[in-house]
Design a protein. Sequence first.
Length: 461
Amino acid sequence: MMATRAHPQNTDSSPLSEDTAALRFCSDFVWGVAASAAQTESRNGRGPSNWDALCNDRGAMLDGSTNALCTQFEDLYPRDLELLAQAGVQAFRFSIAWPRVQPDGPGPANAAGLAVYDRMVDAMLEKGITPWPTLFYWDVPAWAGDFRQREICQRLADYAEIVARKLGDRVQQWIVLNEPNSVALRGYAAQVHAPAFNSAEAAYAAIHHQNLAQGLAFQALRATLPGGHRIGTTVNLQPVRAETNSAQDEQAARMVDALWNRAFVDPLYGKGYPRLAAGLIAPYVAEGDMELIAVKPDFLGMNYYSRIYVRQAADHVLGIAQGQAPRHLANTDYFHVEPDGLTEMLLRLHDEYDAPQLYITETGFAMPDPQPRDGVVDDLGRIAHLAGYLKAAQAAHAQGVHLKGLFYWSATDNWEWAQGFAKRFGLIQVDRATLARTPKRSLGYFADCIRHNAALDAPQT
Ligand code: FCB
């Protein structure tokens, strides 16, 4: 077992121009990368999951791939960690696969499955990288059911406790859920993600049951972990805009803000469900639930990619559809580019939830990268977008937001859910045929930012 290594503070004092010095982050800022088990690990050695079922049902994802192998991270992570450590990356937000820990049913863990994470955590610590595990990152073991049912809440909390008992002596930073809003709305109402339901009621149930599972998991972790730990959670937070200024679209925007953003963050801080959503979710709420959910996390993780544009749509189960973003916005291969939305959301969280400790637990850019030349992938476009987002994050820090870290999505190219491998977000390229890893130029830019603890300008050529 490895002892936890304290992380050196960001004390770089190399000469920076006055402008660059103004772009520094706080001295205990954490520079990390993020990834998830379901998008990087193979199916080997774990039980069947909800995402396996979706792949099997559809035959394949949009690019013809499945999640059978992903990047085989559970075996090949030493190479990834080596490249990340060389770049000075300080923290790795990875996830634990619930179907690996409890493959066949409730009760004691599968020892071999849990040992995978035991080794992974030790390997990170050996490289001076702080492990930031996410406990629930969308992969549900087939036996555990789904979030329409209340029973899954305690199951998830029991699993969280098993992991905490195993890793709690070395892991201090814990993230309970990843983007429960994506799960509820994309998975239970929009059929895009597992379990691919198309029902408003299923989505409302999934909102509440994920919040409740999270409350129970916080309780279990707080009772189990030794002192010194910090427990947070993440939500995909997006400022919402109406596609047009019609009264219907404006109403749709308020509704999406309630269901996508507020229904997850408000109850965490004891504010209950937002007025527009409360009546819809009420049938699933039992006495005492809201107190359990109001855990006041040690930190809030925000995943941010872009704003969201919406319109009213009578033919959709929620009466709302994704709208057109303004045409002037630049696009990546997946999302449009809106750094100012990042500043906007950070300021809002600061103002509305009593200045919490905030981490950007994901942000990143999918780009069609060139082939490696001389051992490097030249991805200047990604660097330009990243520089813009880092500056937007720094602008919030400069206005007093307690922004404590940023995790780039993703460490390597990986399996982007329903999109398959077509969307490449990594700082490290993964060759689809050989799974060989090649650093991209953006990893070097990220390394420079880490060294200066600042949002540096993007190189021009
Ligand atoms: C986020 C997910 C992450 C990845 C990125 C691109 O919403 O949390 O797994 O898919 O989008």
